[in-house]
Design a protein around this ligand. Sequence first.
Ligand code: SF4
Length: 398
Amino acid sequence: MKYINEFRDGRTARHIAAAITRESRADRRYHIMEFCGGHTHAISRYGLSDLLPDNIRLIHGPGCPVCVLPIGRIDNAIDLALNRGVILATYGDCLRVPASGGLSLLKAKARGADVRMVYSSADALKLAQDHPAREVVFFAIGFETTTPPTAVALLQAEKLGLKNFTVFCNHVLTPSAIANILESPEVRLHGTVPLDAFIGPAHVSTVIGSQPYEHFAEEYEKPVVIAGFEPLDVMQAILMLVRQLNEGRAEVENEFTRAVTREGNVKAQNLVAEVFELRKSFEWRGLNEVPYSALRIKAKYSAYDAERRFGIEYKSVADNKACECGAILRGLKRPQDCKLFGTVCTPENPMGSCMVSSEGACAAHYTYGRYKDVSGPLTPALSPRERGEGDGRNAVGT
Ligand code: SF4
């Protein structure tokens, strides 16, 4: 397929890997965080870490929208579905995230809650049109990629005069999370998470552009290379970061020029600005409360705000003590460091959010890590869809 196969060519990947090995200095280490779950997925699926020299360490970041959703927000959604008589429309990824009391949205559905899986915000809107006598709540989650479609659905609901459609808004912001990581004691004080550079998000950057990352390059002196989600994109971004670090540069570079501009998608940004405003604070799984890191619906659209209509109150809930998702999302630990990984906790029986979404670090390691082939061609391990374990269309992409 044009524009796909070119970016999965094994021979070219090995050429880039040879350049990385040649140009990386033996006397230093390179700690590179891939923020996005999409990159984590590509790195695991194509075994890219195995192509890199030992002194380059890839650290998984918190850019998996399902993983960073705290338990309290899932509890809120379950309460809506179980106790308020609504149709709760949700992306499939959210269904199995463990919540309080051993529940999940899927288990709530088994107890009679009307939870419907949708592929998009437009599907949720259609549900409201098809069921005028029922309240339909769209459980909106995700980074800047999924926020504009939520804004469109809400504006369309207004245009159509729909009175039975609301949005439970949980959209979060990438730059705030990066800043939180860079300001964390582990990075700034203790050095327990050495961080030299970032691979910047792909889809998120198509919306917000490359400009928001300039702050991190200037203020924190951390190079950022925005990369696409194909294996050659990631390899090329690593090479570009190695070069920046060797030359003592800290700049924002854009490897994903086929989709990302400095300004981003201004039309989408305007839609988001029309409908949403910043929350003062929002709890992220792993990162705790992060100031100005999420969006809420503006008062002028309060008729479509599920939090206002149903008086939703957020309560913070502690994670399962045995689950290391929080530390993994902060880059402190790897999935293999969790005692439950691959034994008690598997994608079929997830104990934490990082094992649920295909973009979660634990799920990516579990699904692809066991199919490692260092010497062969750059052949992707089969995805769950290719193994006939789901159609893969229900994921919330970063
Ligand atoms: S393996 Fe499971 S329990 Fe352990 S950190 Fe990952 S999601 Fe949490």
